[in-house]
Design a protein around this ligand. Sequence first.
Ligand SMILES: [Zn+2]
Length: 270
Amino acid sequence: MTEAACLEYLTRLRWPDGFVCPQCRANVAWRTSRGLWCCQRCGVQTSVTAGTIFHRTRKPLRLWFRTMWHITTQKYGINALGLRRVVAPGCYETSWQWLHKLRRAMVRPGRDRLSGYVQVDETYVGGRKKGGKRGRGAEGKALVVIGVEDKAPKGIGRIRLQHVADASAKSLGGFMQAMIEPGSVVRTDDWSGYTKLPTLGYKREVLPSMELKLPHLVASLLKRWLLGIYQGAVSGLRTLPTIWTSSHSALTAARHANAANFSIDSYNRR
Ligand SMILES: [Zn+2]
């Protein structure tokens, strides 16, 4: 993978529907000679790595990609010594720092909970048919709840995912308590499973389903990521959710949810 390909990849992850200015939300930008995006409307310059763990890195992106690939494919975890062979031969210090940074990015869900404004929605993963009946579960599919900190206008914050048995108030409430700090403003659609949120200490804001853009985005990334894993389609997709947030990633969470019951078979049968 070349450096340009890595950048291109990050760009597609960050702006799947094309450039969006972090300041004014405009969609037109030109590239500066330093590879930054300069918004044509407000002039703000932004880099594709801003807000990710790659921000201001002096190391080539392809080294980061290779490292993440390495870490995510190790069955029994990884230590700095092992990483040194991949990352920086001869430099224990560097590989230790990298490991630390990546570990922080892959921290276990539930260790610290989301707060502030959080968008929550569920999605079905797996199965051969599209859609699925809400609440009761659909055949061959796994229901995953997705919580995403809404940092508008800055965009996306931390992410939490959990596989749940169904979309009942009990299951969704369990997700909330494990993943979201009480007192947070939780934005959901009008599904009845969310009506008891205030009794759990959350403020609930009901939005039209189509406005829950953040969990929808994460859902589509999650699905692409899983396809990449189970079909070996695009190996690079393995690292995908890692890239999204500076302090946390969907990667471990998805893997967690995965262990809990993703319908892997249905992917292989496609
Ligand atoms: Zn702008």
